[in-house]
Design a protein around this ligand. Structure first.
Ligand code: PMP
Ligand code: GLN
Length: 388
């Protein structure tokens, strides 16, 4: 027997893999893992095809196809009036997950402390752990509308604080950072060498408000890695393509890792998305497209015993199930999948403390008929106890 000691002993299959597998096994409607059940614009597929047929099938330049990076820089300039140099400050990545991992790898050394806001997305902490860093979390609470209490953030500061990770709009709670949040972030990082990792993959999915990016604030831009994902924006989560925008000195370090981690990202998708981005209507229509789905699920859940919580952004919606069951949220999501054939995600897994307020997450990036069918099932749930 070869002996290996795990570098991440506490890590198991992610809750997204577990719940999607259970949904498939139970033939349940899958509102758990965040991905659309509808196809992307067929023009995008034709463009991929066009570029493949034209022979764009070899390695792209290490940081990405230059004209694509120029298009990304142009988008950031138009939306946030922030200038990034396409050649030196933008890197195309294999999804946001790789960008997040690479940024953490580039900065974090043993004993460095990283502040994150729980409930937080699952890929931050394992990457920090892997490089010997220590995650310190500030809990955002549902009863408080997931507002950030900045005095609590400040209390976590030490001489070892190296990075702050923010996610706006935030998965899973749908919170969006406000101008005040950004001002507070400026205030607490001023005069420090703290790096900000800003996960903005849902930058185009907000309800009744505008996305505020860290790159709009020069004081934050100079210390930030800004990460986004085309998977969310163009309904192609399986394509795993995103980017990282960061000042030249940060990008230089980022690319030292990126170069040996993936070297470059597949060429035809870069060419296709680049051309597709000329059509700006697709982006502009996204908020309304998802708002309709959010409202539909939100209003529908109001007719059930769940208590929905309105998100400010993302394609997720939280719901309180206290009126239905006193099971813990992990058991509850499994029981609902098995007994009522609708899969969701428990909220506690996004808290380091495993805080369980009897709240679960539904993904509404689904066809209207999928949401309708799910609601037909959810409305029938009155009480739920354990069978598993
Ligand atoms: N960050 C957040 C907040 C996410 O929800 C996701 C995945 N949906 C990612 C990062 C990863 O994005 P990608 O699939 O492009 O790696
Ligand atoms: N981001 C997706 C979610 O929150 C999951 C992606 C994944 O499975 N890694 O559901």
């Amino acid at each position: 027997m070869i002996n290996i000691s795990s570098k991440l002993p506490a890590v198991n299959n992610s809750i997204f893999s577990i719940m999607s597998a259970l949904a498939t096994e139970q033939r349940a409607i899958n509102l758990s893992q965040g991905f659309p059940d509808f196809n992307c614009n067929p023009k995008l597929i034709s463009l991929v095809n066009k570029y493949m047929k034209a022979g764009n099938n070899q390695y792209a330049p290490m940081p990405g196809v230059l004209s694509f990076r120029e298009k990304i820089a142009e988008k950031i300039q138009e939306l946030y009036q922030a200038e990034y140099h396409a050649d030196e400050e933008i890197t195309v990545t294999a999804g946001a997950t790789q960008a997040i991992f690479t940024a953490i790898a580039a900065i974090i050394r043993p004993d460095d402390e990283v502040i994150a806001f729980d409930p937080s997305y699952d890929c931050y902490a394992p990457a920090v752990d892997l490089f010997g860093g220590i995650i310190k979390t500030v809990e955002l609470k549902p009863e408080n509308n997931f507002a950030v209490e900045w005095d609590k953030v400040k209390k976590l500061f030490s001489s070892k604080t190296r990075m702050i990770i923010i996610n706006t709009p935030q998965n899973p709670c749908g919170k969006c950072f406000t101008d005040n949040d950004m001002q507070q972030l400026i205030k607490i990082t001023q005069g420090t060498d703290i790096i900000i990792l800003s996960d903005e993959v849902y930058e185009h999915i907000l309800f009744d408000r505008k996305h505020i990016s860290v790159c709009q604030y020069p004081e934050l831009r100079e210390r930030s890695f800004v990460v986004s994902s085309f998977g969310k924006t163009y309904h192609v989560t399986g394509w795993k393509i995103g980017y990282c925008a960061a000042p030249q000195r940060l990008t230089q370090e980022f690319r030292k890792i990126h170069q040996y981690q993936v070297f470059s990202v597949n060429t035809p998708l870069q060419m296709a998305i680049n051309e597709f981005m000329k059509n700006k209507d697709e982006l502009l229509a996204l908020n309304d497209f998802f708002k309709e789905k959010m409202e539909f699920l939100y209003e529908g859940l109001k007719q059930t015993k769940f208590k929905p919580i309105r998100p400010q952004g993302t394609y997720f919606l939280l719901a309180d199930y206290s009126a239905i069951s006193d099971l813990d949220d992990i058991s509850f999501t499994k029981e609902v999948t098995v007994q009522h054939k609708v899969a969701s995600i428990p909220l506690s897994v996004f808290y380091k403390s495993k805080l369980d307020d009897h709240i679960i997450r539904f993904c509404f990036a689904k066809k209207k008929e999928t949401l309708e069918k799910a609601l037909e099932k959810l409305i029938k749930i009155d009480q739920l106890s354990s069978t598993l």
